[in-house]
Design a protein around this ligand. Structure first.
Ligand SMILES: [Zn+2]
Length: 104
């Protein structure tokens, strides 16, 4: 199970974006660190969205919580220029569909 982003806080309070988020069923509750962006998107789309937006999610988490002790970005979700170029081309249409979320 790939964790895309984990935000660690004291006392074992770790918030993750993982399969419970990106493989969730549409319409179910989500209060994930990704802000619901990856929710029910499936792994491939979630990886692409995470590469593009993960820094924004980390900044948002740091604004909400001053006690963050660690941030982990999943290996597969880390920025990779080779993959990124292909992903941008391959997922151009999806970007438009996601415009509502992306513009938040
Ligand atoms: Zn998530």
């Amino acid at each position: 199970m790939a964790t895309l982003l984990a935000i660690h806080r004291p006392g074992g309070r770790t918030q993750r974006c993982d399969a419970r988020c990106y493989q969730a069923t549409l319409g179910s509750e989500c209060d994930c660190v990704c802000g619901g962006v990856n929710h029910a998107k499936g792994l491939q789309q979630a990886l692409i969205l995470t590469r593009k937006q993960v820094q924004r999610w980390i900044e948002a988490a740091r604004r909400r919580h001053s006690d963050i002790i660690g941030v982990e970005i999943g290996v597969e979700a880390q920025m990779n220029d080779l993959f990124l170029v292909e992903d941008i081309v391959a997922n151009h249409e999806n970007d438009h569909q996601d415009g509502r979320i992306m513009s938040q």
